[in-house]
Write a protein that binds this ligand. Structure first.
Ligand code: HEC
Length: 455
């Protein structure tokens, strides 16, 4: 109870600081400008009101500083900024009393000395006011609406974390995505030394311990987590966090919400986390992280195929294209009716490079498919309108990256599905106009929801 009263008293008195602080500044400006005016018009003797204004400024400044001291004690300001604002303020108060004594006997020191003293105090006031503005409104306040060229000189561009994240294999949800926002917006007041509200957010362990009012993170329950409540209150609420500086953005809040609700696991990586659609789009929008799994052919790193072999194979009737400027895998097509073992053997020399292969409408046979079973990076195989049967499909079950196979208008039956389901990566099978019983495949679809059968 006593603590509570003490805290509120501090806050109550503290809030008079902004009101009180302007009065002594006014007196100081008045004193300095009066003196300059009188010196310009060459008054014989400076008015005693000048030293009186310095005195008033000293007294007013002392009161403002006292309230300011209390305001600083609320812990709602950034410790580093506060230090300079505080001690510079006290220095100005001392200089004001000094000015009072100095201006009482204006002839004791040279005009130049008075001039330098006045300019010094004036500059200190300007700088002190700026520090005060930063404390209340954040570092970016002054130049928020300045032209870009000026901003570039004084402010560092906020480089999004996305730069570090690109190319990283394993992204840790807490360490890579959530902690950097906390570091930027909360650590200044919640670290091992400055533990506002008894809370140290710098380490997962101390974060789990919580603050004066107990744990702030309830795993699996966002609404019970004090940390989440504090960042989602109205900004006018005195309990809103952070009390100064940049608030948490909508995306940061959404990500934290999802992470806490999913168990607040500090070690979980994006790969292992269960991501729903809204989190996926948030990750892409805010952090530039694409969570859709890449097709196999985009992940294979391989040297380009030997160009002389490609030339030979092309001359046999194969149409060969590279998948892309940066991808050395190949898209190969053969449409003629003169496919032979010899031609297939030649193609086998670049088997690792072939990822899309089409024998549609060709004379490929069940026996010929034995060569194809060696094409370990194959992801798409087109065999439509050929004479192949279930027997030819059997050896293909070792193709562990095959995603699509087109068997439209061939003589395969249900039996081929038994072979094809052994391929873990297979997603689509085209089976229109085959010997398959459509009714049976209905049941098959239910048993294998990840394999789409298309008629
Ligand atoms: C400028 C200093 C400052 C910053 C920055 C700041 N806080 Fe605080 N925080 C405080 C003070 C002071 C208290 C204690 C008074 C209170 O409970 O409101 C506190 C208390 C808390 C508490 C309650 C602890 C307890 O157990 O009572 C939580 C939770 C909290 N802050 C979270 C945050 C989060 C999250 C951020 C960053 C988004 C943040 N704070 C940024 C100053 C700050």
């Amino acid at each position: 109870m006593i603590l509570f009263l003490a805290f509120d008293f501090t806050n109550f008195i503290g809030r008079f600081h902004p009101i009180l602080v302007h009065l002594p500044i006014g007196f100081l400006l008045l004193a300095i400008f009066m003196e300059w005016y009188e010196r310009i018009v060459k008054r014989k003797q400076l008015s005693f009101l000048i030293s009186f204004a310095w005195l008033l400024s000293g007294i007013g400044g002392a009161l403002a500083a006292l309230c300011g001291w209390w305001l600083g004690e609320t812990g709602l300001y950034l410790e580093n900024d506060l230090f300079w604002h505080r001690w510079l303020g006290i220095l100005i108060v001392l200089l004001s009393f000094g000015g009072w004594l100095l201006k009482k006997k204006p002839t004791e020191y040279s005009g130049v000395f008075h001039y330098v003293f006045n300019v010094l105090v004036l500059s200190l006031i300007l700088f002190e006011g700026h520090l005060g503005g930063n404390l209340t409104h954040g570092q970016d306040y002054l130049l928020q609406y300045a032209p870009r060229s000026i901003k570039n000189i004084f402010q560092k561009e906020d480089t999004l974390q996305r730069i570090d994240l690109i190319g990283k294999d394993s992204i840790l949800v807490y360490h890579d995505l959530i902690e950097p926002s906390f570091a930027k917006k909360c650590f200044a007041c919640h670290n091992a030394e400055v533990k506002r509200g008894g809370l140290n957010m710098e380490h997962p362990d101390s974060l789990m311990v919580g603050g004066e009012s107990g744990p702030v993170l309830v795993s699996g329950n966002t609404l019970e987590s004090e940390i989440f409540k504090r960042i989602t209150l109205s900004q006018k609420n005195t309990k809103f966090m952070p009390p100064v500086g940049e608030s948490m953005t909508y995306s940061e809040i959404q990500l934290l919400d999802w992470w806490i609700n999913n168990g607040a696991d500090f070690a979980i990586s994006l790969k292992d986390a269960k991501l729903d659609e809204s989190v996926k789009s948030l990750l892409l929008r805010t952090y530039g992280i694409d969570t859709t799994p890449k097709p196999w052919y985009e992940t294979v790193k391989i040297e380009p195929a030997d160009s002389s072999i490609i030339k030979d194979v092309s001359s046999m009737g194969f149409v060969i294209k590279r998948l892309g400027f940066t991808n050395n895998l190949l898209d190969v097509k053969f449409e003629g009716k003169d496919l032979s073992d010899e031609k297939l053997q030649s193609l086998s020399e670049i088997s690792e490079h072939v990822t899309w292969l089409s024998f549609a409408k060709s004379n490929i046979s069940d026996r010929g498919l034995k060569y194809v079973a060696e094409f370990k990076n194959l992801t798409r195989l087109q065999l439509e309108r050929t004479d192949i049967s279930d027997e030819g499909i059997e050896p293909l079950s070792v193709l562990e990256h095959l995603e699509t196979i087109n068997l439209y208008e061939t003589s395969v039956s249900e039996k081929c599905l038994g072979y094809l389901t052994q391929i873990p990566s297979l997603k689509r099978v085209y089976l229109w106009r085959t010997n398959l019983n459509i009714e049976k495949t209905g049941l098959f679809n239910e048993e294998h929801p990840h394999l789409e059968i298309i008629f």
